[in-house]
Design a protein around this ligand. Structure first.
Ligand SMILES: Cc1cc2nc3c(=O)[nH]c(=O)nc-3n(C[C@H](O)[C@H](O)[C@H](O)COP(=O)(O)OP(=O)(O)OC[C@H]3O[C@@H](n4cnc5c(N)ncnc54)[C@H](O)[C@@H]3O)c2cc1C
Length: 479
């Protein structure tokens, strides 16, 4: 298994990561794998998450497997081969898809390299923490950052300890210290979009109830679509409890990851009602629109935002963990060849260039999917249900969409090769430098070309502008 490529780097860079959530831990792994000296400073004294389920989409499973963590992934999470979609109010089955019977395991997992896995938030965090510390990342718990000097590249913890690096990675979430360095509010101020109820029901509640035996017997992901409501459910790992994520219209309940709430589940089909009412933990999270950040690289050039600090996603959506791993893969790959501090800012811009359009597409896709699952009765809902029933037996049916992207769009999103894209970017950078006289400065290392914001905006692959080479977007096992 590949460990750390320290031999490649004469002088490892010192990276300070603010926040030890999924994105911070993942990015520490990506950068450590590239040989850098990484310190993670996490506010909490104990790495604990409230109970809750996490989906690991293929774009993340592929990266973790490439990194050599297939075994750890398999002991931490569970793959599924059945996909059920049910009417939220009546319980009527809208789709029952056994991937094996449609060549699913072969087609979806092998041909498209698309394996979805399911686990808990705390298991994901522990997996990343174990990998990071095994690789030699220093994770300091109980170290909230209260101050920083972005020119000197230092952060100060609540206890007054000063930690210095060559650059900083802000991974402290959507309301964190790092995001505030960009002049944003600590709390989202936009309109409430909807509420999320993040619940966990003990396995025993499900296994003891005869009417819920399908949930035990089928190795399935469950999705419920209903009148302005939608829910998804899965077992968190092989013997885990049952997690549900239910999105509802805003009902006046304001909350966050710590807010326990037990609503009445009226107008909910009987089996889901039992599951929701049998939950031992139900957190109500209010979902608001966030202030969009145009730039993720601080003007000092020394701080980059990743994960939710850069771009908040819909909580518990499919890509929360996926994008944390992708950020790590891109950052790690970009910094894999770095020898000089002069290259840092350019590579941080490259990270933004690669991941910002990706986040924008993912966010659009996640919103579209959730909205499609919440259609009130009417033409759109009928169209959706017809589509599901007519497409049964066809892998494309598992990804319903009304946004025009369709199966091909999902293929691209889920089969995205983040490391390959970062590699393309580096190759392209070298090529542009060779072609462009203004960039062929008398240096013997192309990384010494410092990319300014303006040149970055107009030239680089991934920026939304046509790349000079017309480099195609790379996907795994492209078909
Ligand atoms: C408590 C919690 C529970 C969640 N549970 C689920 C779930 O069950 N399912 C799901 O799909 N998604 C869940 N999410 C969302 C999910 O974690 C994120 O969507 C995504 O994984 C990206 O996380 P992140 O690392 O970017 O940010 P976050 O998860 O917000 O992590 C940020 C980290 O930074 C730390 N931090 C904050 N301020 C400072 C500071 N000043 N100094 C040092 N450290 C700081 C925080 O303690 C935290 O560990 C949860 C998020 C939170 C905050």
């Amino acid at each position: 298994m590949l460990k750390v490529t320290t031999n490649v780097h004469a002088e490892p860079l010192r990276v300070v990561v603010i926040g030890g959530g999924l994105a911070g831990l993942a990015c520490s792994i990506g950068l450590r794998r590239s040989g850098h000296k990484v310190t993670v400073l996490e506010k909490d004294a104990v790495l604990e998450s409230p109970p809750g389920g996490v989906r690991i989409p293929p774009n993340a499973t592929n990266i973790l497997k490439d990194w050599g963590y297939k075994d750890q992934l398999e002991t931490t999470s569970k793959s599924m081969n059945v996909f059920n979609i049910i009417d939220f109010e009546t319980g009527k089955s809208l789709l029952h898809e056994i991937w094996d019977s449609i060549g699913g395991t072969h087609q979806v997992i092998e041909k498209f390299s698309q394996e979805f896995r399911y686990t808990s938030h705390s298991a994901c965090r522990k997996l990343l923490y174990d990998i990071a510390t095994e690789l030699g990342v220093e994770v300091r718990l109980g170290s909230p950052i209260v101050d920083c000097d972005l020119e000197k590249i230092t952060v100060t913890t609540e206890l007054g300890e000063v930690v210095e690096g060559d650059f900083m990675v802000g991974a402290d979430g959507s309301g964190g210290f790092s995001r505030r360095q960009f002049g944003t509010e600590s709390k989202p101020k936009g309109p409430v979009l909807f509420n999320l109820y993040n619940a966990v029901t003990p396995r025993k509640v499900v296994s003891d109830d005869d009417s819920l035996k399908d949930f035990i017997e089928q190795n399935a992901f469950w999705g419920w679509c209903g009148d302005t409501h939608t829910s998804s459910g899965f077992f968190m790992g092989e013997d885990g409890d049952f997690a549900t994520h239910t999105y509802t219209p805003f009902d006046g309940t304001e909350g966050d990851w710590t807010s326990e709430s037990h609503p009445k589940w009226d107008h909910v089909e009987p089996r889901l009602k039992k599951i929701l009412e049998g939950a031992t933990s139900t957190k109500c999270i209010t979902i608001r629109d966030y202030e969009h950040l145009d730039e993720w690289v601080h003007e000092s050039g020394n701080l980059v935002l990743v994960g939710e600090a850069a771009h908040p996603l819909i909580p518990c959506s499919m890509q929360a963990f996926g994008m944390a791993i992708e950020d790590a893969a891109v950052l790690g790959k970009l910094f894999a060849h770095t020898k000089s501090k002069d290259k840092i800012t350019s590579l941080l811009w490259a990270f933004q260039d690669l991941q910002q359009p990706r986040y924008e597409r993912i966010t659009t896709q996640e919103f579209t999917l959730i909205k499609t699952m919440m259609f009130p009765p009417g033409e759109d809902r009928q169209k959706r249900d017809d589509l599901l029933s007519t497409k049964a037996g066809n892998a494309s049916a598992v990804h319903i969409t009304h946004d025009g992207h369709g199966w091909a769009g999902y293929q691209e999103l889920l089969g995205y090769d983040a490391e390959g894209e970062a590699e393309n970017w580096l190759t392209e950078w070298e090529r542009i430098r060779e072609l462009d006289g203004s960039l062929s400065s008398p240096v013997d290392d192309y990384f010494n070309v410092r990319v300014t914001k303006s040149s970055h905006r107009s030239s680089w692959p991934g920026s939304g502008h046509p790349s000079p080479a017309g480099t195609p977007t790379r996907r795994r096992n492209e078909v």
